[in-house]
Structure formats: structure tokens, C-alpha cells
Write a protein that binds this ligand. Structure first.
Ligand SMILES: Nc1nc2c(ncn2[C@@H]2O[C@H](COP(=O)(O)OP(=O)(O)O)[C@@H](O)[C@H]2O)c(=O)[nH]1
Ligand SMILES: [Mg+2]
Length: 245
């Protein structure tokens, strides 16, 4: 892990074999010229993403930080660890985004503006002005269907509850006990929203254009999708009973 840095806005990204994308992401983050730190949580990527991340942290201290895990331990736990680390280091705001350039870093200022009067800003493909580029019909159906099921089970009204591009104020992460969100993949994403929702968060959706990755391959597996569907039942249960684990 890298040493303490002092910015109050942290961007957390999980990486597994994103070597080709990470340098471009870093360049875009630097070009924003905002006081923020990009925290890269790499799971021992065989393609050397972790080494690229280390080089960035060494070259731009304070702008980049890296956590290395020994192997592929999953998207949800990588984010939980990254969020925890950011809060421990004094973050007021934590953004999360994918490292494969599907989430355009140029939208970061829009998220930050939205957090001026909200606790959570969700990057939404289905808000007016949002969209997807280069997605096949299968991914579109999966994403829209997942969103509809989450709305049904959780009672949350948000149009894109499985979007990984979002921003949280630190207090709502703590109030929602983010550290207890143990799911993986999409289930982690909607569980985090559910926790914030139950903690009384003011949430908004900001439009994003999600561009499918140009380099590397998706790590989203059938197992993760299946688990995400299954984990809706406990969410529904928690909603109807009011149970708060
Ligand atoms: N550290 C870590 N990152 C992961 C893991 N699985 C996915 N990611 C990262 O999470 C982000 C989203 O994954 P991706 O495969 O693009 O999912 P998709 O956009 O839904 O197809 C990317 O930055 C991946 O590198 C994992 O097990 N560990
Ligand atoms: Mg992706």
C-alpha cells in the first residue's frame, strides 16, 4: 500500500487485467486537474496492471494510490476495501468507477456538483441524456432487466441501480454500514444503494454514456449474474420486514 495522501475526494477503481486501459484512465484523471486521488485496487493481475499502477503512484505521489491483493478476489470486496481505505485516509467523497474506460472520467465534475446537495449520485445510463454505446442486445436486456428486478425487490425508484459509476458522501457510507455489504458484482452495487437508501440518503441520478470496453475482456461471469438475481430475495425480505443486519 502507498503512503498517506491528503485529498478529500477519492476515486476507487478495481482492476483485473486492465493494463491497456489504466494508462489512458490515469491520463484523463490527471487532465481533470482536480484535487483527487485515484485508488487502484488490483488483484494481482497477470498482465502487469499492478506494476503500471505502482509506476503511476511513484511518478505522481498523492494523485494515485495502490492496493495489491494476491489474487482475483472479486469486484465487490475490492470496492469495499478501497472505500474503507479512502475513508480511513480522510475522504469526504468517494467515487467508484470501472477502469476499462466505459465510465468517462470527464463526468467526474458532474458527480461532484451533484453531491453538493445529495448524499449519493448514481451515474445512470437510463436517465435522460444517458445511454450505452457498443452494447449487444443481450447486455442491454440483462442490464434493463436487472434494474427492473432491483426496483421491484427493493422498492427503490432509481433507473440504474446496477451502475458502478457513482459518488457517495462519506457520512452516508458510514451510516449505511457499507462494510457489511458482502455481495459480489451487481449484487454489491444494488446492496450499497439499498444500504444508503435505508440510511435516509438523498440520491440523484446523473446521466452517463457507457461505452463498452475497447481493450481487454469483461470479467462479469454467469455466476455473478446468477448470484445477483438470487441475492434479491434477502433484499426483498429486509425491505418487507425492516430487518437491518
Ligand atoms: N480487483 C478486481 N477488479 C475486478 C474484478 N472483476 C472485475 N474487476 C474490475 O471491475 C471493473 C468492471 O469489470 P468489467 O469486467 O468491465 O465488467 P462489465 O463492465 O460489467 O463487463 C473493471 O475495472 C475490472 O477490471 C476482480 O475480481 N477484482
Ligand atoms: Mg466493463
Amino acid at each position: 500500500m502507498t503512503e498517506r495522501v491528503d485529498t478529500r475526494t477519492w476515486v476507487v477503481t478495481a482492476t483485473y487485467n486492465e493494463r491497456e486501459n489504466l494508462a489512458d484512465l490515469a491520463e484523463s484523471i490527471l487532465a481533470l486537474d482536480l484535487p483527487l486521488t485515484l485508488l487502484i485496487v488490483d488483484d494481482g493481475s497477470p498482465d502487469g496492471t499492478g506494476e503500471v499502477a505502482d509506476e503511476l503512484a511513484e511518478k505522481h505521489p498523492g494523485k494515485f494510490a495502490v492496493i495489491h491483493r494476491p489474487g482475483k478476489l472479486g469486484y465487490g470486496s475490492a470496492h469495499r476495501l478501497g472505500i474503507d481505505y479512502a475513508l480511513e485516509h480522510g475522504a469526504d467523497i468517494v467515487l467508484t468507477m470501472d477502469a476499462d474506460l466505459s465510465h468517462d472520467p470527464d463526468r467526474i465534475p458532474v458527480f461532484l456538483a451533484a453531491l453538493e446537495d445529495h448524499d449519493v449520485a448514481i451515474g445512470s445510463r437510463y436517465a435522460e441524456g444517458g445511454g450505452t454505446v457498443n452494447w449487444g442486445w443481450d447486455r442491454k436486456i440483462l442490464s434493463k432487466g436487472a434494474g427492473a428486478m432491483v426496483r421491484l425487490a427493493s422498492g427503490m425508484p432509481y433507473r440504474d441501480p446496477t451502475s458502478g459509476y457513482r459518488a457517495y458522501r462519506a457520512h452516508i457510507l458510514r451510516d449505511g454500514h457499507f462494510e457489511q455489504a458482502l455481495q459480489e458484482g451487481y449484487a454489491f452495487l444494488y446492496e450499497m444503494l439499498f444500504r444508503c437508501h435505508r440510511a435516509g440518503a438523498q440520491m440523484t441520478e446523473v446521466p452517463i454514456i457507457f461505452v463498452d470496453r475497447q481493450a481487454g475482456v469483461s470479467k462479469m461471469s454467469k455466476k455473478v449474474v446468477f448470484e445477483a438475481a438470487l441475492r434479491l430475495f434477502p433484499i426483498f425480505w429486509r425491505r418487507v420486514t425492516g430487518w437491518r443486519p
